[in-house]
Design a protein around this ligand. Structure first.
Ligand code: ADP
Ligand code: MG
Length: 370
């Protein structure tokens, strides 16, 4: 892989790269729509991700070629927004306070772009670690995560939680990350060695997903405002329990109530799933995955009848220990916990593209001249 990337870099730019980095995409096992409500998530990185090869250049120009998106060029030190993929990179450079020097950059990704496995975070994080290396910047891991999150949420302007960037940087092979999105406390949960992860492409792309996502955020906000009529000090929905929610029911509409129910119950499921994984109780793991999908479908209403059907079909296979819709919803991927060695059987049973991966490690420098 490294030799191939070096070859492609020199074919484009007539020089060798100084550095090649990799950052993975991610899949969320459980904890959906909890991240912007200060709750718990349990994601893993996957082996699919984004490679960035980079070198400094003396002409003060930044020239980027992405295999997925083509060329983008600009003057170093300029932070113009163009509504293109270069915005992610300019956002990272801006918040990292990187020197305004020219660069040549080549990007190659094994992730599907724009379908919920977080190619955006993989791009930001891979680019950030490459920049850190090239310019020997003194910046900690958590600062890199925050810079990348700001690049996406503030510079590009996509309102997202910090989970994606956190996982892409801090993930550990064969582990899931139990992450508290409010204070970033986290714990690595060993993934059962008998299992692997399957990401089944629903084939449904979420054309209206960002407006619906914003709508869900708005509904959660309404629920929180209702709860605050009785508990004015409560910080976010993840600090609310069922009793509190029921006592505030009259201060919110039914939709907001259901959304809050999902968030409260989902946080409990995340903790329970982590406990059952630790205990190796796969039967309970499967039950919780089922409840999680049901809540996403009924209370949070981000599934579709076709997706419910697919989840049901996959879950009913004897070598699958739970499956649910993952990501923002209305399409994208279904995550399944699959018995290792049954990859082909799963593929044969469902007529859809599937990606397989065990939980992968976070961003790394694959090659560097210094
Ligand atoms: P996801 O993160 O789920 O893949 P997003 O909509 O958050 O979907 O991010 C997709 C966007 O990220 C793309 O439209 C593009 O701007 C940028 N992007 C991701 N990967 C690449 C890549 N390899 N090359 C260029 N742009 C990319
Ligand atoms: Mg993304």
């Amino acid at each position: 892989m490294i030799e191939g990337i070096k070859g492609e870099f020199s074919a484009l730019f007539g020089q060798d790269p100084e550095v090649i980095s990799f950052a993975p995409g991610r899949v969320n096992i459980i904890g959906e729509h909890t991240d912007y409500n200060g709750g718990l998530v349990l994601p893993a990185a996957i082996k699919y991700g984004t490679y960035v090869a980079a070198s400094r250049a003396e002409d003060g120009r930044i020239e980027v070629y992405s295999e997925n998106a083509g060329w983008e060029k600009w003057k170093a030190g300029s932070f113009e927004k163009r509504k293109s993929f270069g915005d992610y990179l300019r956002g990272v450079l801006k918040f990292m306070d990187a020197p305004a020097e020219g660069m040549r950059i080549y990007i190659k990704s094994s992730l599907p772009v724009g379908s919920g496995l977080s190619s955006s975070a993989a791009l930001e994080v891979s680019f950030a670690v490459a920049i850190q290396k090239i310019f020997s910047l003194e910046i900690s891991g958590i600062e890199i995560v925050k810079v990348c999150h700001m690049a996406e949420s503030e510079f590009v302007g996509v309102k997202c939680g910090i989970m994606d960037q956190f996982v892409s940087f801090f993930a550990k092979k064969e582990h899931l990350i139990l992450l508290n999105t409010q204070n970033l406390h986290h714990e690595y949960i060993p993934f059962p060695s008998s299992l692997t992860l399957a990401m089944v492409d629903t084939g449904i792309r979420r054309s209206l997903s960002s407006s619906r996502y914003n709508q869900r955020r708005e509904e959660c906000k309404r629920a929180l405002e209702g709860v605050r009529k009785i508990f004015p000090e409560v910080e976010n929905l993840s600090r609310v329990n069922e009793e509190m929610l029921f006592s505030a029911r009259d201060f919110m509409d039914e939709t907001a109530f259901k959304r809050a129910m999902h968030v409260i119950s989902e946080n409990q499921r995340v903790s329970h799933l982590a406990d059952f994984l630790r205990a190796g109780d796969l039967c309970m793991v499967e039950k919780i995955m089922k409840l999680a999908h049901h809540s996403l479908s009924e209370d949070f209403e981000v599934s579709l009848p076709e997706i419910d059907g697919m989840v049901e079909e996959i879950s009913s296979l004897p070598f699958v220990y739970g499956a649910r819709l993952t990501g923002a919803g209305f399409g994208g991927f279904i995550v399944a916990l699959l018995l290792k060695g049954k990859e082909k059987e799963l593929q044969d049973n469902i007529n859809r593209p599937v990606l397989f991966s065990g939980p992968w490690s976070g961003a790394e420098i694959l090659y560097s001249v210094s």
